[in-house]
Design a protein around this ligand. Structure first.
Ligand SMILES: NC(=O)c1ccc[n+]([C@@H]2O[C@H](COP(=O)([O-])OP(=O)(O)OC[C@H]3O[C@@H](n4cnc5c(N)ncnc54)[C@H](OP(=O)(O)O)[C@@H]3O)[C@@H](O)[C@H]2O)c1
Length: 235
């Protein structure tokens, strides 16, 4: 692979930001690897983009399938240059005491434990080569709070802490950053913002700014909480 082409691994590529990012990375000549739970959407990505791109049905909240996926990808492609922990879930809008134990667990299992599962199985390969950037998707709500999304806020604040600690553990040459992507009109935003979500950029508009921003990240960014420079991202 030419030196300026990157191997980019993204969780949650079936829709939303993950889908838009993988399409934009591939359009720019990079290799896209990704997972999601929807068989239909993973098959559609496989049809759209053949080898060397690679898509798999993997639920990041389950450690064993993540381990098997990582083993296969590390063998066939090597360690990623850019690892984007993007897969995420938000609770339905409700006060904390109205949210059942299962729904609370689901949000933690995907947003926090899912990110740790992917790090557990992909990062040793990156550390071996002493290169690569890990981006853990946080949120404006990983640095501020709002009513009715307490479980989601808790996981994104945790992602900020987990990523800062990981940054202290990586060898020189690597980086881990928590990333606030801004506010983008996806299924997730429609769930918490309702109709007003439509006044925000589409994932495709966002990816045109986010992907070049992500491609520029390097060792000097290690441990820096970053925000994609789109309109309203710091509101
Ligand atoms: N949109 C925003 O304004 C915004 C703002 C701040 C932060 N974020 C963060 O940005 C990331 C992407 O959000 P989005 O707006 O694109 O959300 P989205 O439209 O709801 O898409 C979420 C993606 O994650 C995948 N996913 C969910 N659970 C998964 C699991 N257990 N295993 C594997 N994949 C899973 C989904 O695919 P399947 O259902 O097929 O698994 C889907 O591809 C999230 O981490 C979110 O918290 C978004």
């Amino acid at each position: 692979m030419p030196a300026n082409q990157k191997l980019v691994l993204i969780t949650g590529v079936s829709r939303g930001l993950g889908r838009a990012m993988v399409e934009e990375f591939i359009r720019l000549g990079h290799t896209g690897l990704g997972c999601g739970r929807s068989q239909k959407e993973i098959s559609s990505l496989e049809k759209q983009f053949g080898a060397p791109h690679d898509f798999a049905v993997v639920d990041v909240s389950a450690d064993k399938p993540v381990a098997a996926w990582a083993k296969r990808i590390l063998k066939s492609h090597g360690a990623p240059d850019l690892l984007l922990n993007n897969a995420g879930l938000i609770n339905r809008n409700a006060r904390l005491w109205e949210i059942g134990a299962q729904e609370f667990s689901d949000v933690v299992d995907v947003n926090l434990k899912g990110t740790a599962n992917v790090i557990r199985h992909f990062v040793p390969g990156m550390v071996k080569g002493k290169r690569g950037v890990i981006v853990n998707f946080s949120s404006g709500w990983g640095r501020s709070t709002a009513a009715e999304v307490a479980p989601y806020c808790a996981t994104k604040w945790a992602i900020e802490g987990l990523t800062q600690a990981l940054a202290l553990e990586l060898p020189p040459g690597m980086a881990a950053v928590p990333l606030n992507p801004g506010i983008i009109n996806t299924d997730m935003l429609r769930s918490c913002f309702g109709g007003s979500a439509s006044s925000y950029p589409t994932p495709q508009e966002w990816a045109k700014i986010a992907v070049p921003f992500l491609l520029k990240l390097g060792a000097s960014d290690n441990g820096r909480p970053l925000t994609v420079p789109i309109r309203g991202a710091n509101d």
